[in-house]
Ligand binder design. Structure first.
Ligand SMILES: Nc1ncnc2c1ncn2[C@@H]1O[C@H](COP(=O)(O)OP(=O)(O)OP(=O)(O)O)[C@@H](O)[C@H]1O
Length: 451
């Protein structure tokens, strides 16, 4: 293994520069809002992508929180890219050295080989293949240097700027921004703790074992080689589920693979400690032996069983066009502020009006064309966002993790268009959502019998 001398000084974290960037973007946005203008969503998204880590994560937060942000922002930020130019291995090696030095080990003592060419590089981490001395092929997910400090500084400055704007322009009612930034900070910090990610993987593996699911795997965590900034996992071999033609090397029916993936995920909502909330096609692998690999458990959500039942009830009521039942289920999701009394009839009427408008806008929806055009798939997206907006008008606040759940459903919807265009997640016979099933009766559980 060739070890480069790291030029860490060149990489020295430039606080002043970041502060300047953050102040200017936050300040400019605030000025535009003060003038009654709304910053253009696409332009803001592109700026965020250029500004890097913190902003990419804020962009992803916006995309996943329709209850807080305007719809054009939520839609623009859906495609916020988290692919970056790989960082030179010298920096990654430095992080590896620092992390293992804590246990008094050198890299040579810990690994037989580390590939200096990364497998992937995103804003928070870079992934490298490696081999242990016992011959096990592993993958190292290594946090980029200073990521946590950069995020903390950016968010601290953003917090400060919003406080200042609040002080200078009290009419702007920015008060609700501070808790949003705190929420973003919490989520980001969770993503920079690989010990927590390792625990999420173990929870998922336990769920797979308990439910006898042998179709799906998650990489084994090597605990002795895992720290807050380095996650060492068994290497999975296969193809990413982004490309149907590649998948056909290892399966004959990509739609069935999709159904098995959905079944596992829906089952995990009920039976696992947490659910994977970032399961896009790039985080799913079809392995060479035909099994399905779930990767990247950095973002997970937790949903109470009652909330999930209510959510499924809401979907069912939506399909049955029963808007008052839909309203009741929304209230059952425990999304309301206890002080608010929601008017079920008024909410039901609003939901009905909203659905009629959406359906009228899309003639194909009513003309019986199968659910396979881009326009029709966009229906789900529009509906989810509309439901959130209508709920908001009635004082309904969706639980934090409902946003993660919704975002995940939209991901599925999107990549089903390529993998299984004729499949409708809500009515396909192969997909079991556990909605109507009694979770207490796990032995006779439809999902557990399918898997
Ligand atoms: N155990 C593994 N075996 C094989 N490849 C892996 C493994 N873990 C990660 N990879 C590869 O590295 C890529 C990035 O991994 P991961 O998603 O965990 O990192 P990330 O930094 O969170 O990336 P992103 O934010 O883009 O999802 C995966 O899409 C996959 O190609």
């Amino acid at each position: 293994m060739k070890i480069h001398r790291p030029h860490l000084l060149k990489h020295t974290f430039n606080v002043v520069n970041r502060v300047r960037q953050t102040v200017s973007i936050a300040g400019l946005s605030a000025l535009r809002v003060a003038k009654g203008e709304k910053p253009d969503a696409m332009l803001l998204k592109e700026t965020f992508e250029q500004l890097g880590t913190t902003y990419i994560k804020i962009g992803q937060f916006i995309a996943s929180t329709p209850s807080l942000f305007p719809r054009d922002y939520v839609q623009a930020f859906q495609s916020c890219l988290d692919q970056t130019t790989p960082l030179s291995y010298a920096y990654i090696e430095q992080v590896l050295k620092e992390e293992f030095a804590v246990n008094g080990l050198t890299l040579e003592e810990t690994f037989a080989y580390i590939d200096s060419q990364p497998l992937a590089s995103a804003s928070i981490a870079q992934v490298h293949a490696a081999r242990l001395h016992n011959g096990d092929e592993v993958v190292l997910k290594v946090q980029k240097p200073d990521v946590e400090t950069i995020m903390q500084t950016d968010l601290g400055v953003l917090h400060g700027v919003t406080k200042l704007v609040e002080l200078l322009m009290p009419s702007m009612r920015f008060a609700s921004i501070a808790p949003i930034i705190d929420e973003i900070r919490l989520r980001m910090l969770a993503e920079t703790d690989f010990i927590a990610e390792a625990q999420n993987i173990r929870d998922f593996q336990q769920f797979l074992a308990v439910s006898g699911n042998t179709r799906v795997v998650a990489p084994k965590v090597y605990e002795a080689h895992t720290t807050k900034r380095v996650l060492t996992m068994s290497r999975l071999y296969g193809v990413s589920m982004v490309d149907e033609s590649l998948m056909r090397q290892y399966c004959t029916d990509p739609a069935q693979v999709m159904a098995d993936t959905l079944n596992t995920w829906f089952a995990s909502l009920m039976l696992c400690n947490s659910f994977h909330a970032d399961l896009h096609a790039g985080n799913l692998m079809l392995l060479t032996d035909g099994r399905i690999g779930f990767l990247d458990f950095g973002i997970v959500g937790k949903l109470k069983a009652e909330s999930w039942h209510a959510c499924m009830g809401m979907m069912q009521a939506m399909q049955d066009n029963d808007y008052y039942a839909m309203a009741r289920h929304m209230i059952d999701m425990e999304m309301t502020h206890s002080s608010n009394q929601v008017d079920v009839v008024a909410l039901g009427n609003d939901l009905q009006r909203m659905m009629k408008t959406i359906m009228a806008e899309d003639k194909a929806f009513t003309s019986g064309v199968p659910f396979n055009t881009k326009e029709q798939a966009d229906e789900l997206n529009t509906m989810m966002l509309e439901i959130v907006e209508v709920g908001k008008r009635h004082g309904i606040h969706f639980p934090r993790d409902f946003a993660l759940l919704t975002k995940q459903m939209l991901y599925f919807d999107r990549f089903m268009r390529t993998l299984a265009p004729d499949m409708d997640m809500f009515s396909d016979q192969r997909v079991q959502m556990l909605g109507k099933a009694e979770i207490n009766d796990q032995e006779n559980h439809p999902i557990l019998n399918v898997l």
